[in-house]
Design a protein around this ligand. Sequence first.
Ligand code: GLU
Length: 466
Amino acid sequence: MSSQVVTRFAPSPTGFLHIGGARTALFNWLYARGRGGKFLLRIEDTDRERSTPEATAAILQGLDWLGLDHDGEVISQFENAARHVEVAQQLLAEGKAYKCFATQDEIQAFRDAARAEGKSTLYRSPWRDADPATHPNAPYVVRIKAPQGGETVIRDQVQGDVTIRNDQLDDMVLLRSDGTPVYMLAVVVDDHDMGVTHVIRGDDHLNNAARQMMIYDAMGWDVPVWAHIPLIHGPDGKKLSKRHGALGVDEYQKMGYPAAGMRNYLARLGWSHGDDEFFTDAQAKEWFDLGGIGKSPARFDFKKLENLSGQHIAASDDAALLHELQAFLAATDQPALSDDKIVVLRKAMYCLKTGAKTFPQLIEKAEFALADRPIEPDAKAAKNLDDVSRSILMELTPHLQNASWSRNDLEGIANQFAESRDMKFGKFAAPLRAALAGRTATPSVFDMMLVLGREETIARLTDAAG
Ligand code: GLU
């Protein structure tokens, strides 16, 4: 067997990609990508009633936004049904599974009797050891022969060894009476055929692992490394609800979190590397391991997400950030940037990206670059444009006419002007902000001047002073 790591994300397409699913995908992606392995994507669409193409599209879109690229084609579990049946037939042929002709009524009668006697209600089929010569010509299901006596141990990398008494396992159905394979069989066959070496998934699947092991054992297949990760809870320790942030990842994109910040935050949700909070993808790939996954449920915390998001915006490459900002505008149905605005924003990005925790905050800071003359000050900024302030702006403007427009020069002029008027620079910084941006929360006035250039700066100051 090759030693290459192969992980997979196996969502059921019954809704959007929620935050728990996104984290599962991320953990599998990090584990594979950090080890030169493969990260595969399988859509578990065997439940035809509940699976929809819209949900599949939403999941793919969510993964795409998060940058969790997968290897190879997207695999449809439903399309592998013939192979799942083939494995059940093989087990049947080898005597590791059997045809069970029990009717629903018979099974119910068995359970009622067991309950009355205080015994386990797990169904024990009389057909397990029946001679095929006695088989009726009637509908049947195919059941696996569960191990009798002894224990099954799941060696889980997060939960430790989990032991289940085999008398708690029943002869699980593999093929229904209409011949269709059950989900549990499909998962094992697909994981085996896809060469999955590590199964990292929510611990709501831990019980399934014991049943899935029966199939691995019966087929003589290697059992993958299991890692069942605790679910995500709200900040109050209760099950994650909408109020807590149990939303589709597309909602996080629409709230304006950058994908890198989201990846960083999700990686920290239930996994840790010492005290490191902020890290790059490269570090996450290098550091991520199963030993760092916590045993208790992680708590979702918007404050932490915002904090990391701001750090990632600040650390981003300007061009990449502008690109992501454009994707944010598209995702939120806002008008696209004109070519002129793209040019200005490219120049401005260096002073916009510090202090903005989300794209809406970055856009607020970018108002000076996005707005056109005449600048309409908002109510707060308008207060800084009283008569005195406007006369100061009027006096300052000529001094800027001949400036070389370097930061040094602009600062020198501003300081000199302040000194000559015997006032602090801060006194006219507020009217300057109001004139240049129409806002009170802006980048520094010198940054705005440098980005806008001489002509536009002087025009805006003249507009405001007049
Ligand atoms: N399809 C399952 C789910 O969406 C995942 C099964 C698995 O990872 O084995 O929860």
